[in-house]
Write a protein that binds this ligand. Structure first.
Ligand SMILES: [Zn+2]
Length: 236
């Protein structure tokens, strides 16, 4: 049997959305579980991008830096992708068209997929979580997120496609971050136009849902699922 591709998922988006921002996994431990992924850092201070085994944080002040092994994340998802489908795009396309094309290529809408697109972008519009106090509702944090746009920038889209069933654990559909080739610009993707690029789509065989078992506030939290699912739609 071919080796199973595992998605290591620390904590859930629902607990993040309910204001549990305390860092609960060290980046060094996270990277032992995968070389590619997304998340945030303690205090939802920025957008985490894991690419080629390195973790970067894109912060609200428009800087990107490498994250050290002892920094902590409240939420992250990593895998070591196995490319199932590859496709080159050599015409200018909108984010909407590209995402539709990717959705057509999914092996199944019931499977998680890793999504990686390296390309040249005429425009890349991102935002960053600006950091928040523990307990502040994420929808309120989301309302004051800085946004930036770069033009003619080369870089990589890093993220996942999640089946509807797992909305709450993660965000259903696409959750995509970006990092430039020079590692100077990145964030959570809002929209873009791509001049050309190469898609690598990877099927995920297994999801490991890891919990912050020592986080007192998580253990005692009363998660209002209905509200959280709505909040995730609004904020993500
Ligand atoms: Zn994000």
């Amino acid at each position: 049997m071919q080796e199973q591709v595992k998605l290591f998922h620390h904590n859930t988006l629902a607990s993040l959305m309910s204001g549990l921002y305390e860092g609960t996994i060290e980046i060094g431990d996270l990277l032992k579980n995968g070389s590619f992924g997304i998340g945030t850092l303690a205090g939802v201070d920025g957008e985490l991008i894991v690419l080629d085994g390195n973790a970067y944080i894109a912060k609200g002040n428009r800087t990107v830096r490498l994250v050290s092994a002892d920094e902590k994340a409240p939420y992250a998802a990593v895998t070591t992708p196995h490319v199932t489908i590859q496709q080159k795009f050599d015409r200018t396309i909108s984010d909407q068209t590209l995402l539709e094309e990717i959705e057509k290529k999914l092996l199944s809408r019931n499977l998680f997929h890793s999504v990686k697109v390296h390309g040249l972008f005429n425009k890349m519009h991102v935002r960053m979580s600006p950091g928040a106090k523990e307990g502040e509702q994420f929808v309120d944090v989301a309302a004051r997120q800085p946004e930036y746009t770069e033009e003619n920038i080369s870089g990589t889209i890093v993220g996942y496609w999640t089946p509807e069933l797992f909305h709450g654990m993660s965000v259903a559909g696409f959750h995509l971050h970006f990092i430039s080739d020079d590692r100077q610009f990145g964030g959570h993707i809002m929209d873009f136009t791509m001049a050309n690029g190469n898609l690598e789509l990877g099927k995920i065989d297994q999801v490991i849902q890891n919990f912050p078992v020592e986080a007192e506030r998580f253990l005692e939290a009363d998660l209002d699922l209905e509200k959280l699912r709505g909040d995730i739609e609004k904020a993500e």
